[in-house]
Design a protein around this ligand. Structure first.
Ligand code: G6P
Length: 362
């Protein structure tokens, strides 16, 4: 049928969509550049964000994890306090809002009922909202004041991959546009840095055999797996764990490295797989300490570090990118590893049990 043609020679949409990520980043760079090749965001959107005293990012699932990364961009690049909320929580347990809030909805489909319920509430309260979505004309796009598109192309696999990296990339461009408009000089040539990311993604797509082997080495007979990281790496750990549980049904959880000792370390047994991300210089030694703690309790640790921060024994070393943009590349091996783990278990990778691509009921 038609969907088979679209898949081309790929056995699964998910694999195709993971591989498409460098193309998507380049497409986003093109779509958000002016004729001079400078990154550009609609000025009315930039102004709406600039006027806010606080941003409230609302999303679900993978989009929520992209929002966690986006918070770092808005705070570190543009100096705007930012909160990230799970849509289903926000709608019935609305936090105390500041005087001039601005809402950013992140949704691949633009149809998630939990997010829409928040949007309806926000509009009733008279506040402005921006939707970042992959689907033009979707409900969340139509009902918000502003829309930014992801330009990721249709995402068919239930487990989101290229939409996540597209969300993170668009959020970085938006935050930097706001920073520039506020005359904040942060010395980052974002267009250049995102091109480096796209090239790094190309490189990462060449290591499929290594990821398949890592899936064998670390996840073959495990019933659970843990992902540890700090800061931006923690956000990616939550996404990596979500990917694995969604498609392989291995119980997977992401933890902030420092929280291990407050509970999760009790779960470590002989051979428990622990994926650790180390892409941030300021916490590299801390996360290394956490890895030692789990290894000394028998864990099978898989450290994925960034070039320059790598140490002997790391399982995989990522090409170097700007420290703020590491979530765009550290997620890639985790996506592939989840894919292969699911494949080895004979799971239906593109259509996992109990899950829907777009959840239109609350
Ligand atoms: C569903 C999908 C997830 C997705 C979430 C949010 O649960 O299975 O992959 O992350 O909805 O979807 P959205 O379209 O709002 O990004």
């Amino acid at each position: 049928d038609a969907s088979d043609i679209e898949k081309g020679t790929y056995p699964h949409y998910m694999l195709k969509e993971i591989d498409e990520q460098p193309i998507v980043i380049r497409k986003i760079l093109k779509e958000y550049s002016d004729n001079q090749g400078e990154l550009k965001i609609d000025q009315t959107i930039v102004e709406a964000i600039k006027e806010a005293d606080r941003l409230y990012i609302v999303a679900a699932g993978t989009s929520y994890h992209a929002g966690m990364v986006g918070k770092n961009f808005f705070e570190r690049l543009a100096n705007i306090p930012t909160e990230v909320h799970v849509a289903s929580e926000f709608v019935y347990n609305t936090p105390l809002l500041t005087e001039k809030p601005m809402f950013i909805f992140i949704s691949q489909s633009g149809e998630t009922a939990d997010s829409r319920a928040v949007l309806v509430k926000v509009k009733e309260l008279g506040y402005k909202a921006l939707t970042i979505t992959n689907v033009p004309g979707s409900t969340l796009s139509r009902e918000a004041d502003y829309t930014l598109l992801l330009h990721a192309g249709p995402e068919i696999a239930v487990a989101s991959t290229k939409a996540y990296t597209a969300q993170v990339a668009v959020l970085s461009i938006l935050a930097q546009a706001v920073a520039q408009s506020k005359n904040i000089v942060n010395g980052i040539d974002l267009s250049h840095e995102l091109s480096i990311v796209a090239n790094a993604m190309d490189t990462l797509c060449e290591y499929r055999e290594e990821y398949e082997q890592m899936a064998r080495d670390f996840l073959s007979d495990s019933r659970n797996a843990f992902y540890i990281g700090r800061g931006l790496d923690f956000a990616v750990c939550l996404e990596g764990a979500l990917k694995l549980k969604e498609i392989s049904y291995i119980q997977a959880e992401g933890f902030a490295g420092g929280e291990l000792k407050h509970g999760p370390i009790a779960l470590i047994e002989n051979g428990t797989p622990v994926f650790a991300l180390a892409t941030q210089e300021n916490i590299n030694l801390n996360i290394r300490g956490n890895v030692k703690e789990v290894v000394s309790r028998g864990a099978n640790a898989c450290v994925i570090s960034m070039k320059g921060l790598d140490m002997k024994g790391d399982a995989f070393v990522l090409p170097e990118v700007h420290p703020l943009l590491t979530p765009l590349i550290s997620v890639v091996p985790l996506q592939y590893i989840s894919y292969y783990a699911a494949l080895h278990r004979g799971c239906d990778v593109d259509k996992p049990r109990n899950l829907a691509k777009s959840v239109t009921v609350e």
